[in-house]
Design a protein around this ligand. Structure first.
Ligand code: SAH
Ligand code: SF4
Ligand code: F3S
Length: 481
C-alpha cells in the first residue's frame, strides 16, 4: 500500500498538524525538502540502508521504515556505507543484542569517512533502559534512538535528526495508540505480512517481548480486512497474519471476535490465494481454528506451534499454561484433521532448573510429534524477566550438550519427513529467481517446503502446478507438468 498523498501539496511552512497520520505526512514533506537540498549540493540523492534483526513483526516494521525513507526521497541501498543507516533491533536473546553492538563498530568506521552520515537505532532492544544508557555512554556517534511504541513517528524523528547535531532519544514506555496508513515499502510485490495485533500479555517467564512490546492490542477487524483488500488490489496473493499470539486475537475488542472468524473472513477476499499466520500459542489453539483450517483451501497447510519444553514441570515454571499431554493431544487432533499439515516448533534448552529427566521429556515430545522442522534455542537470560532471577541456572556446558543432542534428533526427523510429497503435482507460489541457477525459480508449497523448478522472472508472484520430481535434503526439485 503506497502513500497516495501528494507530499508536494503539504504546506511545510505552516505549523505541523496535531492529528495522526497527517502529522507524519507533514514531516515526510519536510524531509523531502531536506533531501532536495542535499541533491542540489551533492549532485545525487542521499542513500539509506535498513536492517532487520528480529522476527516477522520486526521485519514488517522495517518495511514501514523503508516506506517512509523512500517517500522522503532517499535512494535505498544494499550497502551499509549509506548516508542514513537504521537498525531495527531485537532483544529476544542475548546474541541478538551482541550482533548489534558488533556491527555498530563497523558503522562508526563508515561515519568517520562520511561525517554527515546519520545512524539510527530502533526496535525492541531500545525499550531496555540499560541498553539506552550504554549507547548514551559509549556510542555517542549514534544520532537517533527510538523504540517500538512510537515507530509511527519515524518521519518526525527523522526530520529532527537531519538538522540536529546531537543524539535524539525518544522512548515511550507504553502506548494504546495504533497508527496505520503510513507508507509501506513491501519486500515482495506478491506477498505481505499483515499485523493483526501488537504486544503480548502472556508473560512467559523467560521472555522479554511483553516488556518491550507492551500489552496486547488487537486491530479492528474491518481495518485488517480493508488492508488485505487493498493488498489484493495491489497484486498480493499471499498474506501472513502477524501477532505474538494470534490465537488470542479479538478477545479485547469492543465487539469480540475469534481468530478463526477473522481467518474465515480474510479467506473470502478475492485475489488472496494463500493465508499464513504466526505465531500460535498452544494454550489458545481452538477446535474452531482447526476446523476452519481444515475446511479452507486458502489457509496454508503449515502450523508453527512453539512447544518450548516437553516437561510439564518446566512448562509450569515457564508460565506457558499447558502441559505435555495437552500439547500432544493438540498434535493428534491437528494430524487427524489434516494429514498433510506441516508442523514446526520452537524449543528452548537449558531453562533454569531443567534436569536430564525434563530434557528427556522434550526429546520424547519431539519423537512423538515428528516436527517437520524445529528452531532450537539455548536459554538466554533476559534481565527483568522472572526466569532470570530463578535459582538453578543450568551450566552452559550441560545446556550445550543437550542442545546438540536435541538438534541431532530434530534434524534426523526432519530429514526423514522431507521428501514425503515426491511424485505429487502441487501448487507452488514462485517467489524468486534461484540464487545459484538463474534457469530455475524458487517457490513454496502450501506447507512451506521450498521447491526449485524451471521458469523465468515473469512467472514470479503466481501459483504454478509443479510436479515434485525429487527431494534433495530440505528442498524439492520440480518440473512443470
Ligand atoms: N510469541 C511467540 C514467540 C516469540 S519469540 C510464542 O509464544 O511462541 C520466538 C522464540 O524465541 C520463542 O518461541 C522462544 O522459543 C524463543 N525465546 C524467547 N525468549 C527466549 C529466551 N530468553 N531464551 C531463549 N529463547 C527464547
Ligand atoms: Fe514471549 Fe510468551 Fe508472549 Fe511468545 S507468548 S511473545 S514467548 S511472552
Ligand atoms: Fe525480537 Fe522484538 Fe520480535 S524482541 S523476536 S524483534 S518482538
Amino acid at each position: 500500500m503506497h502513500n497516495e498523498i501528494d507530499l508536494d501539496k503539504i504546506e511545510i511552512s505552516a505549523e505541523p498538524p496535531a492529528e495522526e497520520p497527517a502529522r507524519q505526512y507533514y514531516f515526510m514533506a519536510k524531509c523531502r525538502e531536506w533531501v532536495r537540498e542535499f541533491e542540489r549540493k551533492n549532485g545525487r540523492r542521499p542513500t539509506a540502508f535498513t536492517q532487520t534483526f528480529g522476527c516477522q513483526m520486526n521485519a514488517r516494521d522495517s518495511e514501514k521504515l523503508t516506506g517512509i525513507l523512500m517517500s522522503a526521497g532517499y535512494q535505498m541501498s544494499d550497502s551499509e556505507e549509506a548516508d542514513f543507516v537504521i537498525y531495527n533491533t531485537c532483544t529476544v536473546r542475548e546474541n541478538a543484542n551482541n550482533r548489534v553492538y558488533g556491527r555498530l563498530g563497523t558503522l562508526h568506521g563508515y561515519k568517520k569517512k562520511n561525517p554527515a552520515m546519520k545512524i539510527a537505532l530502533c526496535g525492541c532492544m531500545m525499550q531496555e533502559p540499560s541498553v539506552v544508557q550504554k549507547l548514551k555512554e559509549s556510542y555517542r556517534f549514534v544520532d537517533l534512538i527510538f523504540g517500538t511504541h512510537n515507530i509511527y513517528k519515524f518521519a518526525e524523528l527523522l526530520a529532527k535528526t537531519l538538522t540536529a547535531d546531537s543524539m535524539t532519544v525518544d522512548i515511550w514506555e507504553e502506548t494504546d495508540q495504533i497508527v496505520e496508513e503510513l507508507p509501506v515499502e513491501r519486500n515482495y510485490t506478491f506477498k505481505s505480512g499483515v499485523n493483526i495485533m501488537y504486544g503480548c500479555n502472556n508473560f512467559c517467564s523467560y521472555c522479554i517481548v511483553p516488556y518491550v512490546r507492551g500489552r496486547e492490542r488487537s486491530r479492528e477487524k474491518d481495518e485488517i480486512l480493508a488492508e488485505i483488500r487493498q493488498l489484493a488490489a495491489d497484486g498480493v496473493v499471499e498474506i501472513m497474519l502477524l501477532g505474538q499470539n494470534v490465537n488470542s486475537y479479538g478477545k479485547n475488542l469492543d465487539h469480540p471476535i475469534t481468530f478463526a472468524q477473522l481467518l474465515c473472513e480474510a479467506a473470502q477476499i478475492p485475489g488472496i490465494e494463500r493465508i499464513r499466520f504466526m505465531t500460535s500459542h498452544p494454550k489458545d489453539l481452538s477446535d474452531e481454528l482447526i476446523a476452519v483450517m481444515r475446511d479452507s483451501k486458502k489457509i496454508c497447510r503449515h502450523l508453527h506451534l512453539p512447544l518450548q519444553s516437553g516437561s510439564s514441570r518446566i512448562l509450569k515454571m515457564m508460565n506457558r499454561r499447558y502441559d505435555k499431554e495437552h500439547y500432544l493431544a493438540l498434535v493428534e487432533k491437528l494430524r487427524a484433521a489434516m494429514s498433510d499439515l506441516a508442523l514446526t516448533t520452537d524449543i528452548i534448552v537449558g531453562f533454569p532448573g531443567e534436569t536430564e529427566e525434563d530434557f528427556e521429556e522434550t526429546m520424547d515430545v519431539v519423537r512423538q510429534a515428528q516436527f517437520d522442522s524445529a528452531f532450537t534455542f539455548l536459554y538466554s537470560k533476559r534481565t527483568g524477566t522472572p526466569a532470570a532471577a530463578m535459582e538453578n541456572q543450568v551450566p552452559e556446558d550441560v545446556a550445550k550438550e543437550r542442545f546438540d543432542r536435541l538438534l541431532k534428533e530434530v534434524q534426523q526427523i526432519a530429514a526423514k519427513k522431507a521428501g514425503a510429497l515426491t511424485g505429487q503435482t502441487l501448487p507452488v507460489l514462485a517467489e524468486e529467481i534461484n540464487r545459484q541457477d538463474p534457469q530455475l525459480l524458487t517457490g513454496r508449497l502450501s506447507n512451506n517446503s521450498v521447491v526449485h523448478f524451471p521458469g523465468n522472472a515473469e512467472m514470479i508472484g503466481k501459483i504454478w502446478n509443479v510436479k515434485l520430481v525429487s527431494c534433495k535434503g530440505f528442498y524439492y526439485l520440480g518440473d512443470l507438468p
